[in-house]
Ligand binder design. Structure first.
Ligand SMILES: O=C(O)C(=O)C[C@]1(C(=O)O)C=C[C@@H](O)C=C1
Length: 356
């Protein structure tokens, strides 16, 4: 078959695809009407999860899972935009890894609003000025993002899904490598690239800034002073910097976990994670007894962090992630038992345990 003939067939298929997408859009519009009537959440992570899993299982063609996810991400992004004028607040400025994570989850058809700090992301959603928020929670090399953890203490919001994003840091500048005297970046990124910095720029000044895009901006503006930045390729692109070296993070699999926060929790999907926080009574054995609740009900605890309570010196709040959904019988019973040993137990959310 010649190229012309193949393209004629592709055109015919695209016509059919467009008709099918339009029919899907009509149904999605109806979904939006029903959801608004019944006060339901527009973004339905449990439905997206089930839909993607079913499509990937059904797939017998050439398209890899990655492509099916990417295509359907944008189909569902268009659906979200049709159902409502959805607005996603994220930790900005534009081009940050959080921005990339938000796009990975919500696609290109919805609206995004960059926020200057973590508490503004929470605030915008709590005040209903944004529908959902996206914040980083932990990095596989550098650990917890304590700012985010602290904000959950007084927040009325729930975690409704998580996003896993592979973080590829690079060295960017508009000057040659030999002229670099100062490196700008976010403290988390410095932590992720510690060995590389020691090996390549042992004498450089390291200046911590609030985001990798801010670092890129400073690298551009202070080039005459020998400035360069460490961050993502998107930041380099936005500020017109050259990527002098790619993939400089110490661990190749460096991944950050982000959370989507919203007004309501997510229903069970069969493969869920639950996040809680608790505070214990100040007496011997309290923490051990609290944690025994998970052992008693055979709940897998995947993570624990502690943070100062900020109410009383040397008093802590513990953050725990569990396998399962808070509506699962075993998890509900374990939480019931936990309450007996704690002064505070707060459910932060149950959500699909997948980040793709
Ligand atoms: O089924 C729904 O609840 C929809 O809103 C439709 C749809 C989709 O396009 O399939 C869109 C967005 C939701 O997050 C989940 C699914």
């Amino acid at each position: 078959m010649n190229l012309e003939d193949i393209r004629i067939q592709i055109d015919a298929i695209d016509r059919q695809l467009l008709d099918l997408l339009s029919s899907r859009a009509d149904l999605v519009h109806e979904v939006g009407v029903v959801k608004k009537r019944d006060g339901l959440q527009i973004y339905a992570p449990e439905r997206e999860e089930a839909l993607l899993r079913r499509l990937i299982d059904m797939n017998k063609g050439r398209l890899p899972e990655k492509s099916i996810r990417a295509i359907y991400r944008e189909i569902m992004s268009a659906a979200l935009a049709l159902e409502d004028d959805l607005k996603i607040a994220y930790l900005g400025p534009e081009g940050t890894y959080t921005h990339q994570a938000a796009i990975k989850r919500f696609g290109h058809s919805v609206n995004y609003a960059a926020q200057p700090n973590f508490s503004d992301v929470f605030d915008q959603v709590a005040r209903r000025l944004a529908d959902y928020g996206v914040v980083p929670i932990e990095n596989s090399t550098e650990g917890a993002v304590s700012h985010t953890l602290d904000l959950f203490v007084d927040s009325p919001l729930f975690i409704c899904s998580q996003i896993l994003l592979r973080i590829e840091n690079g060295l960017m500048a508009s000057i040659p490598r030999e002229e670099i005297k100062t490196l700008y970046s976010h403290p988390q990124v410095f932590g992720q690239c510690r060995s590389w910095i020691l090996k390549n720029f042992p004498d450089a000044d390291l200046v911590e800034v609030s985001s990798t895009t801010k670092a890129a901006q400073l690298a551009r503006d202070n080039a005459h002073l020998g400035a360069a930045a460490l961050g993502g390729a998107l930041a380099a692109e936005i500020y017109g910097l050259n990527l002098l070296e790619e993939s400089i993070q110490d661990r190749a699999t460096n991944t950050t976990r982000f959370l989507v926060i919203g007004e309501k929790p997510c229903p069970p999907t069969g493969n869920d994670r639950t996040s809680i926080l608790f505070a214990i009574h100040d007496r011997p054995g309290s923490l051990v007894n609290a944690l025994k609740a998970f052992d008693q009900f055979q709940i897998n605890m995947s993570k624990i962090e502690s943070r100062p309570s900020k109410r009383k010196d040397w008093e802590y709040i513990f953050y725990v992630d569990l396998a399962g959904h808070c509506e699962d019988e075993k998890v509900a019973e374990a939480l019931e038992e936990l309450r007996k040993h704690c002064s505070v137990v707060k459910l932060l959310g149950s959500y699909p345990d997948s980040g793709e």
